[in-house]
Design a protein. Structure first.
Length: 324
């Protein structure tokens, strides 16, 4: 691996981060308007026990939705459920074991969910890892690719029939994929998605978020072309003060802690656009797709609209997951 191929993703991601910070410094955080009640609707939120995911679960439960937190840490998940029920006595919120680094765990989660015969109106693919040390999931995938992208791809694929069954023209089912502005520094390596030849934690993270965005965009187009009442969009929550940054290089981690108090969004602010795309009546049908940031639809990087890249990524991903 050359020095340039190692250092270039680092430079790119921090330049993107600097731009995001400047935008957040001079712009007001989006405030979620009042959303309609969600009684009778069912949502799954991955990584819903803390940070942005927790605020998403908390708000939807407060609106009457039945929300299932999918997460790896049972104790953390049960604590989140207890806190929400203490705030909203009638909250219908629960925790289910889901490890996105394990395809077997994803399949078991879906099997348990479908076995209950529940509808599914909203799927929020929120969980993620960032800049974790080089390592592999139990299925042999690079960790960023496996958790941020492939785990969510399989989860969505296995739940898609239920989402389609529950979608109505006046009330579409929705898939919300939490991506990142880091996708702008990403590059999809179809011949080396797993990072076997030239690994960079920064490059792997950016690739995983770009892959999730490509998947989200193609899924929405295919659902609309097929006449299904299901939408798919991607959301950039901005730079939010959560535990996601704990794997930064130590000196940068110290700087981040200081800067976060001044310039980062709070988890409530980070959750606002996620909730808007999941719940707003204004985003039905074709209007529900796209890439959203701070309450607005935003342009993305050119690779997002490359049909050859979308198709190549889909086929490569299906081969990795063993999907037909």
């Amino acid at each position: 691996m050359s020095f340039l191929s190692y250092i270039l993703p680092i430079i790119k991601i921090y330049l993107v981060g600097l731009k995001v910070l400047l935008v957040q410094m001079f712009s007001r955080a989006f405030r979620l308007p009042a959303m309609p009640r969600q009684d009778g609707r069912v949502a799954i939120v991955t990584g819903g026990a803390r940070g942005i995911g927790y605020e998403v679960v908390r708000h939807m439960a407060g609106l009457g939705a039945r929300v299932i937190i999918g997460g790896r840490d049972e104790q953390e998940g049960l604590t989140a459920v207890r806190r929400i029920r203490e705030e909203y006595r009638e909250a219908k919120v629960e925790f289910e074991q889901l490890d996105l680094a394990s395809l077997q765990s994803v399949r078991r989660f879906v099997q348990r969910f479908k076995g209950r015969g529940l509808p599914l109106n909203i799927l929020i693919n929120n969980a993620g890892v960032m800049l974790v040390p080089e390592g592999r999931t139990e299925d042999g995938f690079e960790q960023h690719l496996g958790v941020n992208y492939l785990g969510h791809l399989l989860l969505t694929w296995l739940l898609l029939d239920t989402l389609k069954d529950c979608g109505k023209r006046s009330s579409c089912s929705r898939v919300v994929n939490v991506s990142s502005s880091a996708h702008r520094a990403g590059r999809i390596r179809l011949d080396d998605l797993n990072g076997s030849r030239c690994y960079s934690a920064h490059g792997a993270y950016c690739q995983s978020k770009l892959a999730l965005l490509l998947f989200s965009s193609r899924l929405h187009d295919e659902l609309q072309d097929g006449g299904f009442a299901v939408t798919s969009c991607a959301v950039d929550p901005g730079m939010v003060d959560t535990a996601l940054y704990r794997h930064l290089w130590s000196p940068l981690r110290l700087a981040q802690s200081a800067v976060a108090r001044l310039l980062f969004r709070t988890p409530v602010e980070g959750a606002a656009t996620v909730l808007y795309t999941a719940l707003s009546p204004a985003l039905e049908g074709e209007r529900g797709g796209g890439y959203w940031s701070n309450g607005r639809r935003e342009p993305t990087s050119p690779p997002t609209f490359d049909p050859a890249l979308q198709l190549g990524l889909r086929e490569a991903s299906r081969r990795l997951l063993g999907l037909q």
